[in-house]
Design a protein around this ligand. Structure first.
Ligand SMILES: Cc1cc2nc3c(=O)[nH]c(=O)nc-3n(C[C@H](O)[C@H](O)[C@H](O)COP(=O)(O)OP(=O)(O)OC[C@H]3O[C@@H](n4cnc5c(N)ncnc54)[C@H](O)[C@@H]3O)c2cc1C
Ligand SMILES: NC(=O)c1ccc[n+]([C@@H]2O[C@H](COP(=O)([O-])OP(=O)(O)OC[C@H]3O[C@@H](n4cnc5c(N)ncnc54)[C@H](OP(=O)(O)O)[C@@H]3O)[C@@H](O)[C@H]2O)c1
Length: 431
């Protein structure tokens, strides 16, 4: 009805553009109606304009990656049942007072802290008290115990650290010349391993800190819709624990959330927007969601959102995990959505419930004809979870289905998929 007031080339963000357009529209409306003849005048009747009706200009977000929000952990509930081979958590943070907005498809960045037991073992091995002052990432001095706890990666061995340790290490000088052997050596090794293997390598605290990599935040696909949980954000976190070189290894952030983050000490978080993983603008569009393990996270958010908006488009979920009895993540909720007709179809693949592996792509193949029919009806396809194996195999399966059910050549099937990607009907959130 209203022509846009700002030229497309004006240097504004979409939010600023929207606000300014609303402002000008209000102004024009009041001007025209006060004159009564539909002609704009040069005197703008600003006096008397009801301030309430003009929205406040959008502020740049107060919190971001550089300035994370101190969020209170509200919940860290185990989703996997007793006897499961996995530990997957439903994590809820409060966003009260944050003014942070997110959309389904976004991720949350979490700044973790290292395991104090690992830090204590490192300090002991190095012969430090822990109180030695070292420069932190912003240049201010802090005790090395704090620096190691909060600011540096202890599970990553950067090349400068390896080079500094090499003269004190039996294997490193040779490994540094052979990238393949080095990759094998690095798998499952951390700073503590390196120091134990090179007992004469004992840098002073400041030198050591200079050789470490800053502790990076970890991203987690958001598993809630802000329409349903306006003041909270939910995550689905797989806890990383494994044995390597005779020691139990713990993923920094996933075990921080599962074991060390407490309800009374805030955790630094920020919203990581992901414009490449979005529900279709048309609520009637069918969607096909394919996720294994924690890959279900954004689909829980999608389903919450589609239910909240009353979107009528059909929703089909393929979900894979190890065992139905213990690893059927969000089973009750999914069954509720099925009963209420929000979830049109649910196909599960529990890989370890039978002798032969059964994965999401096997279920897709079984349903190839229907899946292709959905594609032909305009469905959007979403894939989330493991990038290395699952997402690759799912893509190959999509191509097979397009060939088999659509009667396309291999080349034409690739072109079909490329078109889906280009038209944002095939989106992936893989890691
Ligand atoms: C966009 C995006 C979305 C994501 N969404 C989710 C999500 O919804 N849920 C989720 O759980 N994760 C998600 N992740 C992964 C998450 O960001 C972290 O990478 C994950 O939690 C591990 O972090 P960590 O700090 O616990 O482990 P880290 O301390 O970073 O350790 C992980 C590293 O340990 C090593 N490792 C792990 N297992 C083994 C093993 N068996 N043997 C040898 N080495 C091993 C690997 O080098 C691995 O990179 C997502 C990642 C991205 C990029
Ligand atoms: N970078 C990191 O630090 C990090 C940390 C955590 C998780 N991740 C990755 O995040 C992803 C999700 O992890 P997750 O533990 O939630 O789930 P996952 O390891 O992907 O397992 C979920 C299900 O997928 C199955 N699966 C295995 N290979 C598959 C394939 N090629 N195609 C389809 N399904 C396959 C598994 O079966 P089986 O196990 O029975 O074979 C299991 O049933 C994984 O890639 C994991 O490695 C990465």
């Amino acid at each position: 009805m209203y022509a846009p007031y700002l030229p497309e080339t004006a240097p504004f963000t979409p939010e600023q553009r929207a606000w300014l357009n609303t402002f000008f529209r209000e102004l024009a409306l009041r001007t025209f109606s006060s004159e009564g003849d539909g002609q704009a005048t040069t005197t703008l009747p600003l006096m008397g304009v009801d301030d309430q009706s003009i929205p406040t200009p959008p502020q740049p977000p107060r919190y971001n990656r550089k300035h994370p929000f101190p969020a209170h952990l509200l919940q860290c509930r185990r989703l996997t049942g007793e006897g499961s081979t996995k530990d997957i958590r439903h994590v809820v943070f409060s966003l009260e007072g944050a003014g942070l907005s997110y959309e389904v498809g976004d991720a949350l960045g979490v700044y973790p802290e290292n395991d104090p037991e690992l830090v204590a073992a490192l300090l002991k091995t190095l012969g430090y008290t822990g109180d030695e002052l070292t420069p932190g990432p912003d240049g201010t001095e802090l005790p090395i115990r704090e620096a190691l706890l909060r600011h540096y990666e202890l599970g990553i061995l950067p090349r400068p650290l390896l080079e500094a340790a090499a003269p004190h290490h039996e294997l490193l000088p040779r490994l540094l010349e052979d990238s393949e052997a080095l990759t094998t050596y690095l798998s499952g090794r951390d700073v503590l391993d390196l120091l134990r293997e090179a007992p004469s390598f004992r840098p002073d605290p400041t030198t050591l800190i200079g050789l470490l990599r800053p502790l990076a935040p970890r991203l987690y696909s958001i598993s809630s819709s802000p329409r349903v949980h306006p003041e909270a954000v939910h995550l689905t976190v797989g806890v990383v624990r494994y044995q390597a070189h005779g020691r139990l290894r713990k993923g920094v952030c996933s075990t921080f959330l599962a074991e060390r983050a407490s309800l009374d000490r805030p955790v630094s978080v920020f919203v990581h927007t992901n414009p490449n993983f979005r529900l279709p603008a048309d609520p009637d569009t069918p969607i096909i969601m394919i996720g294994a393990g924690t890959g279900i996270a954004p689909f829980r958010a999608f389903l919450e959102d589609r239910e909240a908006t009353g979107a009528r488009g059909p929703n089909w979920l393929f979900f894979g995990e190890r065992n139905r009895a213990t690893d059927f993540l969000y089973q009750d909720e999914l069954e509720g959505w099925l009963q209420r007709g929000v979830l049109t179809r649910l196909d599960t693949a529990f890989s370890r419930d039978q002798a032969q592996k059964c994965y999401v792509q096997h279920r897709m193949l079984e349903q190839g004809r229907t899946l292709y029919a959905w594609l032909e009806e305009g469905a959007c396809v979403y894939v989330c979870g493991d990038a290395t194996h699952m997402a690759r195999d799912v893509e190959a399966t999509l191509l097979t289905i397009i060939q088999q059910e659509g009667g396309h050549s291999e080349e034409a099937a690739h072109a079909y998929l490329t078109t889906l990607k280009r038209t944002r009907r095939y989106q992936r959130d893989v890691y």
